[in-house]
Unconditional design. Sequence first.
Lengths: 108, 110
Amino acid sequence: AQRVTQPEKLLSVFKGAPVELKCNYSYSGSPELFWYVQYSRQRLQLLLRHISRESIKGFTADLNKGETSFHLKKPFAQEEDSAMYYCALKRPGNQFYFGTGTSLTVIP
Amino acid sequence: NAGVTQTPKFQVLKTGQSMTLQCAQDMNHEYMSWYRQDPGMGLRLIHYSVGAGITDQGEVPNGYNVSRSTTEDFPLRLLSAAPSQTSVYFCASSLGQTVTFGSGTRLTVV
């Protein structure tokens, strides 16, 4: 079965501190993984995808197939990073499975 | 392009009432889907469609019907609303790597 696990429902860090949002997956094939973000009162939007190996708003995420993880990291958290973050796994046929989300609060 | 448009934004229903949540996209995406977002449960897939005339069930389809008569529209019907269907509903469409979400419908069933 395909699964995406985000073990932390809530995460608080101080401004300027490093932040890591955890995501683990189980998938029998070759995974395509994404991070989506939902700012307060806004729609979900794509933050980054593993195949691009990009850095968006200072965030990076590396796919670790050995640990089946796709953790989201940022070295210095900013107040505007406070949001709900969802890890997502894409199956063939464009089906996306989302984790339960992590609510990040950056404390000034 | 408007992207994905959902209506209404808010709705209150009485138990047993029926209603349709509307979703339209103008990006000519083949794939469309409906999710519900609940605290601690994340986003759960209700129904999806890979193209006009084709629909299938997701993780939590019970109590919901969908149809896809055109590429643009993918309405979600609640036949007999229950308090357990109180949630925020998101419609999405996708082509290739990413998903475009609508702004959501907050539904309360009393």
